[in-house]
Design a protein around this ligand. Structure first.
Ligand code: PLP
Length: 450
């Protein structure tokens, strides 16, 4: 009988065993990356970032951060430091990821289930001027404004929009005279929200056109002034500046919430815009609302949205209603949230904490300056409090002329003051990003010296 060759020699067994072990190790690493971040690569806490006894510990990334900053764990290795230094920190956008942890802790309190047969119609409420407005969402909007005290809702029509961005365009359409020979001028005081000029002009509308800085606007005739308060980018409370008889005002109050600014009185304007993006942090839901005094203006805004998107997602409105309801509940029953405090107390504490560390970092650096704010009575918290805006309006001091470029050199992406109608010595930096990005931003800022 012919001898069968030995297929598996001892050497073969060794090679196969080695391959199996390597693949096991690789698989463990992969699975850790997918699902056991916390367990496999233990996070390092950032002791000095946490107030003594505070719950608001900044959660540090898996990457250790530089040991040069007092904000961070001193165990950081040199290799990790280099990796962190190489990483680009993008704080150009105002993506409100800072609130994610709160909503995770709320668990199923804001989960909604929408069966396949529900919300199929285009229509929501034929008795409302805004026929695509979900009654449940409208109820929660009114309730939240009453709880917070930041806007008068009585005698107002609610128009829902796909973000306040769509409502801004709806407002421009609704306020523009249809039979005018020239497009109406749209102005805003600098520094103004950088999207206003492009939003106004990108379609080259025959109805309205961007006319720039409100402070230097001297044309006769009707105009629309966009008033952002507190202001994006600089966080200051704003009032209209043109103040002429033929003006229409649109108040963009995206940031008029207790975590950013003291709530001094309920806003009582002709046309006010709000959004969940910055109030609760649900930018991805794309829901905003307008409080509109004039019925005809509300009708025209509704018409604009009808022509534009035939209404606004019901799924998003129902989800927004659930989130706003949860916020009001945490305010009315402090103690019901996992941390035993209202959403606004939670978010206020985070913003206060971040601003404190930002101011310390700017002082350590000696290269930049920050706006200052006067404390004021906040009727919501019933305390005299300082504003903690959603953005930092940072100025490069000394001979740094282009602050955006300078910070880009340090791998920090910001938005240049030029885009806000001001010079390049200023940049806008988001304060709403993840803890990881914020900590690394603070760390890097502190290390920049003149
Ligand atoms: C002042 C201001 N208005 C409007 C918006 C747009 O908000 P939304 O996400 O609701 O479209 C923003 C977003 O950054 C903003 O800062």
């Amino acid at each position: 009988m012919a001898k069968i060759p030995t297929v598996f020699s001892l050497r073969h067994c060794f090679v196969v065993s080695l391959a199996l072990n390597v693949s096991l190790v690789l698989r463990m690493v992969y699975e850790c990356d997918q699902g056991c971040k916390g367990a496999c690569l233990k996070t390092q806490s950032s002791p000095s970032m946490a107030e003594p006894g505070s719950k608001y510990v900044m959660h540090q990334s898996r990457l250790a951060v530089s040991s040069s900053s007092p904000l961070v764990n001193s165990n950081s290795t040199q290799t990790a430091h280099l990796k962190v230094g190489e990483r680009i920190i993008n704080l150009d956008h105002g993506d409100p990821l800072v609130y994610e942890k709160f909503w995770r802790q709320m668990g199923d309190k804001t989960t909604i289930v929408i069966p396949g047969w529900q919300s199929m119609s285009y229509f929501s409420d034929l008795s409302s001027i805004c026929w695509f407005l979900e009654p449940e969402f409208a109820r929660e909007v009114v309730r939240l404004h009453n709880v917070v005290g930041n806007a008068v809702t009585e005698g107002r029509h609610i128009v829902v929009g796909t973000g306040s961005s769509q409502l801004l365009l709806a407002a421009l359409y609704a306020l523009s005279p249809l039979d005018a020979a020239e497009p109406i001028n749209v102005v805003s005081a600098a520094p103004y929200y950088s999207s206003y000029p492009a939003m106004t002009d990108y379609q080259k509308s025959g109805l309205y056109k961007w006319a720039g800085e409100a402070g230097s606007f001297d044309k006769e005739g009707p105009y629309i002034e966009l008033v952002t308060s507190p202001n994006n980018p600089d966080g200051h409370v704003r009032h209209s500046v043109v103040n002429r008889s033929q003006g229409f005002l649109v108040h963009d109050l995206a940031y008029y919430w207790p975590q950013y600014t003291p709530i001094s009185s309920p806003a009582n304007n002709d046309l006010t815009l709000f959004t969940v993006s910055k109030s609760t942090g649900h930018a991805g839901m794309r829901i905003g609302w307008a409080l509109v005094k004039d019925k005809e203006v509300a009708k025209k805004m509704t018409k604009f949205i009808e022509l534009n998107t035939i209404g606004v997602s019901k799924d998003s409105q129902l989800r927004a209603a659930k989130v706003l309801k949860a916020v009001s509940n945490t305010c009315e029953q402090e103690g019901s949230s996992p941390e035993g405090e209202s959403f606004f107390r939670y978010s206020y504490n985070i913003m206060e904490h971040r601003w404190k560390h930002l101011r310390a970092a700017v002082e350590r650096s000696g290269t930049f300056s920050l706006p200052t704010f006067s404390p004021a009575l906040c009727n919501f918290f019933n305390e005299v409090l300082e504003p903690h805006p959603a953005f930092v309006w940072l100025k490069c001091e000394g001979d740094i002329e282009d602050c955006e470029r300078f910070l880009r050199g340090h791998k920090i992406l910001t938005r240049s003051g030029i885009q806000f109608g001001v010079g390049p010595k200023y940049v806008r930096v988001s304060m709403l990003d993840t803890d990881e990005n914020f900590i690394q931003f603070i760390d890097r800022l502190s290390a920049i010296h003149p």
